[in-house]
Design a protein around this ligand. Sequence first.
Ligand code: HEC
Ligand code: HEC
Ligand code: HEC
Length: 372
Amino acid sequence: MGMKRHFLLSFGKVVFFLAFYCVGSVSASTGESIYETHCISCHGVNGDGKGGSSGLTPQPRDFTSMQSAFELDRIRIYISTTKGRKNSAMIAWESRLSREELNKVADYVYETFVAEAKAALPENLRLTLDSGEELYMDNCSVCHGDFGETGVWTRSNMATAPRNFTTDRTKGELSRKRMVDSITYGRAGKAMMPYGSRLSQEEISAIVDYVRLALMGLPPEAVLAEKAILEGSKRDESSTTGLSFSDPERYMSQPFADGIFGDPNEGREIFVRNCFVCHGVKGDGQGPRAFFINPKPRNFISTDSKRALNRPKIYTAVHGGLPGSVMPAWSKVLSDQEVANVAEFVFRAFIRGDMPGVSEEDLSKVKQKKNN
Ligand code: HEC
Ligand code: HEC
Ligand code: HEC
């Protein structure tokens, strides 16, 4: 499993050795002067991506950002500079710069901008990320790829391809909870096996941090807020991340993605038809079927739920289901609009509690419809 990593590491070492070996003997240009000649127009004097070539999509990388601190290391900088980045203004510099120059400029970018951004991260977060990276390389990269893009071999040779963490689809679909669950319990019938007995919860959490921040490139604030909420009941959030979940109100008022709005009154009927058998008329998780189920259906009126379940979270759980539990993926029977309707109902009637829940009348109305 570690083969690929060792290859990369030793590849890196050879490259640095070569660079070292060549210094002075071939060219007098420094990393700084190469950067000034070739990179500054986009990446800027300060490495912040504000080089004046505005209007590019995607924008030139800001090397000083927290994002870069998570995502970029020497090897990735070297490879991206050498090979370029698909569908962007970042060309493959290997045609214009020698290997030695590529090394020098990669070192310069790393040492001048990225290393500083890394040093500015809260220390405990840095430690978590380091261990997350190591665990990822040892356990996951063989299928999911060193950069989370899924290895070429696995992509074409496995019945279900391992998840590519870098796509927009993945970023939209995988909540932190879903990732933790999939890693803990595995995916039924797929090569994705359960790690719950091999890795501790802390280790899984560290891998998820690494994947979400460094490979998926999600905004750090959002990743840490989601983490604080999921783990908040167990730990003091500010002490683990150094960046406390600062704005619960904003989190709880987030809209659905893609500009969808749910109609909670339509949603009530869907809830009675599909959800109350498990989640209960009152949303307290005590529906008639709940007794037989483990883990138990979510109690929407608990304090934990009221802190954790905002619209996007409810939507994602209803749409995709929760692996490792009997909570089904409702996208198979409900349209996206209907999912939003019932999610809005759950959010308003139980989480926020500012509209009527389910009455006897609602129950009998749906029963009548079913019988007709
Ligand atoms: C014409 C504008 C332009 C120039 C010149 C340019 N870049 Fe870039 N660079 C970009 C853009 C745009 C991106 C973002 C690409 C993306 O998001 O995939 C980028 C991204 C990067 C990244 C991050 C890649 C990654 O893995 O995410 C590195 C490292 C980088 N550039 C280094 C350099 C270096 C070193 C030079 C000079 C030799 C250089 N760039 C010159 C536009 C430029
Ligand atoms: C033997 C290959 C293999 C290994 C090793 C592996 N995975 Fe996977 N992984 C897969 C496959 C295949 C899928 C797609 C499963 C599916 O579509 O249901 C997947 C899917 C996933 C998903 C998305 C699940 C979802 O809910 O859709 C996550 C998250 C994930 N893997 C994380 C990891 C992590 C973290 C590790 C290391 C601890 C790891 N995987 C190790 C093959 C692997
Ligand atoms: C067969 C029983 C069952 C049915 C029917 C069911 N659920 Fe669930 N639901 C569960 C279980 C079990 C969990 C908790 C899983 C866990 O703790 O991992 C859950 C969890 C949830 C969560 C919490 C998600 C999270 O991220 O914590 C939401 C929201 C939810 N269900 C909404 C619904 C809605 C809306 C419906 C109807 C469209 C529905 N459920 C129907 C069993 C069910």
